[in-house]
Design a protein around this ligand. Structure first.
Ligand code: C5P
Length: 231
């Protein structure tokens, strides 16, 4: 078991560069996130390899479809041995309920979390889609829907973490990207928090990519982040 809340985002285009990083880290120091690019290129066998190496894997495929299809996809992801997976809360209560029920019947039960409103969407964008209210109001609404549908948590901006933590209580997982050590480049992230501030705001896990993956010494960068969190 691993005390670090850091989930390193494996945003690489190919197996060689992904494995070069994975081999420099250690399952006792972080978890790993596999997203759509790597999964589409390398497939389930790559995820199984990471799991077999001892890593907790967050499979970030953001399922969104009819309830039966999403539940079947969650079941398939669980078969890979992943630790966590996600779906879009806007798929609705029935989709989330059905997925939870399918996972609840398994011996190995991965955590299931929801994406609420993508942080790439601003007020104008969500109005164009047809949502009423501000992105923040929709985030809170969809997070409450995810929680009452039995999900384990949500992905959220660290800037939303305090408000969500206050509403959702202690047991709901808040998984936050948009995290940067004070000394790291912002890259294309605009509104960020340091790892310690994000944890202080109520985050449960931190998704961190380039501050580790693009560091000259990724293992040291990860150890420095863990040290800043006293883990
Ligand atoms: O390199 P960086 O730390 O910015 O990587 C963050 C990871 O979290 C990437 O995989 C990115 O796709 C993901 N993410 C994000 N912001 C969101 C949702 C996901 O940065 N709102």
């Amino acid at each position: 078991m691993n005390a670090s809340p850091v989930i390193v985002a494996l945003d690489f285009p190919d197996r060689e560069s992904a494995m070069a990083l994975v081999d420099r880290l250690h399952p006792s120091l972080c978890r790993l996130k596999v997203g759509k690019e790597l999964f589409t290129r390398l497939g389930p066998a790559f995820v199984e390899k990471l799991v077999a190496t001892g890593y907790d894997v967050f499979l970030d495929l953001k399922f969104h479809d009819i309830p039966n299809t999403v539940a079947a996809a969650c079941d398939a992801a669980a078969d890979l041995g992943v630790w966590m997976m996600n779906l879009h809360a806007s798929g609705g209560r029935k989709m989330m309920d059905t997925a939870c029920a399918r996972l609840a019947g398994r011996a190995h039960q991965p955590k299931l979390i929801a994406v609420t409103i993508l942080t790439s969407l601003g007020e104008k964008d969500i109005r164009e889609i047809g949502f009423q209210g501000t992105p923040e109001e929709n985030v809170l609404h969809l997070a409450a829907l995810a929680q009452s549908s039995g999900l384990d948590g949500v992905v959220c901006s660290p800037l939303e973490a305090a408000a969500l933590r206050a509403r959702a209580g202690d047991d709901f997982l808040l998984v936050t990207p948009g995290v940067r050590p004070a000394t790291a480049a912002l890259d294309d992230q605009k509104r960020v928090m340091t790892p310690a501030d994000a944890m202080q705001a109520g985050a449960s896990y931190l998704v961190i990519g380039r501050p580790v993956t693009a560091a000259q010494d990724p293992l040291q960068a990860l150890k420095d982040i863990n040290a800043s969190l006293q883990v």
